[in-house]
Design a protein around this ligand. Structure first.
Ligand SMILES: [Zn+2]
Length: 399
């Protein structure tokens, strides 16, 4: 069934009666619109129902005044193969995360593969295999962008050229392999960038026995595209160093669930004070020692909104449009031409808040009522979030 869903096309889909539409665009996070029209997986219209061509839809969804946002993007995961993680011996963790509103995941390295090769030909082969495998198989419909090699000493420029030509577009976290010195990392990050491969650097103390410290000077010298888990994964650099990274680097500020929560708040506040909220992106860093985190992104959104006191509509952009722009993805924003990847949410039942955004600002996790990827319904009422007060219904169509 997952196989069929991955290759099916949505046809025309109309989503009407939307109560709140979050765009994912941090410059205009709320849209004055109540209707979305999708054709074969792409958004073709966003607006008021009277202005949209709603005729002849294969599927019509009544959102019942709930909120529609772009599907959430987890900027930092460690998949291995299929919907299995050896880190916590769990099956179905990606499908479970779909139930937390996540529609796209980005690998920061397939580091948990038992017996992971660390020789250069082996690590290249693994990256290419992981990229191909997740391109061919989407667990529960979730888009997993994988094939992120962990760079090792001895790699030369032609290795990066070869990886790029083979379809590899990401580096695993720099610092997890033998390349830990700033000057070495800088050279390899530069080669990766030259061939269009995006890089992320591990920031902070060792994750698990065997990994190492990457301090602020190494992060600044390496100059990777993403300051990976700036709040540590788990152990954070001193708060002053994290704020210095936000100020001195212009790269993406990635905040993760599997990190130091106090520093997460400091980093988000620093980005706002430096007037660069568009640089903030969210990840879980799961599966990790702290477990599989199906609600990790929603929990980050609620934490940053409630404790760091950032309007919820902006924090949703950290987990959607900001990541899409920084990672050059065709999802994460509600606009014509983008992928029809959506999460439908409402305030959780019995939340004291009046509406969804207020509930998040009070620190409550929203209830997910439906998740759509490429215009196809992948799950209805979430089995993981608290129950949404109201959920959308499919009023006609083939589902
Ligand atoms: Zn890490």
């Amino acid at each position: 069934m997952a196989e069929a869903a991955a290759t099916a096309t949505s046809g025309k889909v109309v989503i009407r009666n939307i109560g709140l539409m979050l765009s994912g665009d941090i410059d205009q996070p709320i849209l004055d619109a109540d209707t979305l029209v999708v054709n074969d997986g792409l958004i073709v219209a966003v607006g008021k129902e009277k202005d949209c061509d709603c005729e002849g839809a294969r599927t019509v969804i009544d959102a019942r005044k709930t909120c529609v946002a772009p599907g959430l993007i987890d900027s930092h995961v460690h998949p291995v193969f299929g919907d299995w993680t050896p880190r916590q011996s769990q099956l179905g963790w990606i499908e479970s995360t779909l139930n937390g509103g996540v529609t796209t995941m980005i690998s920061a390295g397939e580091v948990h593969l038992p017996g992971r090769p660390k020789d250069i030909v082996g690590l290249k082969a693994l990256a290419i295999t992981a990229q191909r495998a997740f391109d061919n198989f989407r667990p529960a419909g979730v888009k997993v962008l994988a094939g992120a090699p962990v760079i090792e000493q001895g790699m030369v420029e032609s290795d990066f050229k070869e990886l790029a030509e083979a379809g590899v577009g990401l580096l695993g976290e720099v610092g997890l392999g033998s390349v830990k010195a700033g000057y070495e990392a800088k050279q390899m990050v530069g080669w990766a960038r030259k061939y269009g491969i995006q890089s992320t650097i591990h920031t902070g103390g060792p994750s698990i026995p065997g990994s190492g410290l990457i301090d602020k000077d190494v992060v600044l010298e390496a100059d990777a595209d993403v300051i990976g888990h700036i709040n540590g994964g788990h152990t954070s650099l001193p708060e002053a160093h994290v704020c210095e990274l936000c100020e001195k680097s212009s790269r993406a500020i990635e905040i993760v669930h599997n990190g130091n929560e106090r520093t997460a708040i400091a980093a988000a506040r620093a980005a706002l004070e430096l007037k660069c909220p568009h640089r903030v992106i969210l990840g879980t860093d799961g599966p990790a020692g702290s477990g599989v985190q199906p609600l990790g992104i929603l929990r980050m959104v609620a934490m940053l909104s409630s404790i760091a006191n950032i309007p919820a509509e902006l924090v949703f952009c950290f987990a959607t449009g900001n990541t899409a722009r920084i990672r050059q993805l065709n999802c994460g924003l509600i606009e014509v031409g983008r992928a029809a990847d959506f999460v439908f949410m409402d305030r959780a039942q019995h939340s004291p808040a009046a509406g969804l955004l207020e509930s998040v600002q009070l620190g409550d996790i929203p209830g997910v009522g439906m998740v759509m990827i490429d215009g196809i319904v992948r799950c209805g009422r979430s089995r993981n979030t608290p129950p949404a007060t109201e959920i959308p219904v499919v009023v006609s169509g083939s589902h």
